[in-house]
Design a protein around this ligand. Sequence first.
Ligand code: ATP
Ligand code: MG
Length: 250
Amino acid sequence: MGPSLQLERCATGIEGLDNILGGGIPRGNMVLVAGSVGTGKTTLSLEFLVRGAERGERSLFISVTEASAKLIQNLSTFEFFRTELVDQGSLVFVDLPVIYERLGLSNEELNPEEIGILIRTIRDLVRTLGVRRLVLDSLTSVCYRIHKDEQIRDFMLRLGEELKEAGCTSLLVSEIGPNPGRYSLHGVEEAIVDGVVLLWNARRMGDILRVVQVVKMRGAAHSRAQYVMELTPIGILMAPHLKGGREGGA
Ligand SMILES: Nc1ncnc2c1ncn2[C@@H]1O[C@H](COP(=O)(O)OP(=O)(O)OP(=O)(O)O)[C@@H](O)[C@H]1O
Ligand SMILES: [Mg+2]
């Protein structure tokens, strides 16, 4: 790639993250947002969508673990969130359990045919609504219902292709333990995605800090340094992680 050729970026609108990424996520990339409980995965993903919706990019949040009505309620405590975005239809929430029910996907384990139905449903939503930014919260809960590594791989590859073709940039939330040794439930997910953003809790002098690190991002020269992340009413702020004092993962 020549020095002047840069892939089109999808600016997340989270200034700190865009600086780390050198402008944003290469458009069409599928990115894993991995972290343990309370590290800010949902908040970061939601701000990505809100900032997109503000720029006129239709944004879709597919909720699996929390009911979207409750999510919107929580989101209202942030100043950066505006309910008009939802009312106008620029920010769309969909509950996956409702879709599962509508499609009759009631088996604990999804078979290949059902996985195909799920992918087509997401693809149709993205195409019909013209979705430019998508969040799946969480990929982990979808993958709990897909038991074979081979089928996870197939699901992720096909989903990634569909989203790329639609020019849709996506964040897939991955719930992991505090010291997991990998970034996803099965471990195959992280190999297929285009990017991995890792969030964790670090202890310093008795406090717990949220830390963020971009582990990989295909198509972008990015910083791999650690940044402290703060969830504030006006949005997520990031600052270099100065590693003084006592440290430890959590
Ligand atoms: N209005 C607010 N302003 C600042 N911080 C907030 C606000 N509302 C919630 N928080 C913080 O956000 C945290 C929750 O973050 P979030 O839900 O994004 O994490 P998560 O990684 O998705 O967690 P989980 O694994 O439980 O889904 C809360 O524990 C709280 O510290
Ligand atoms: Mg969450």
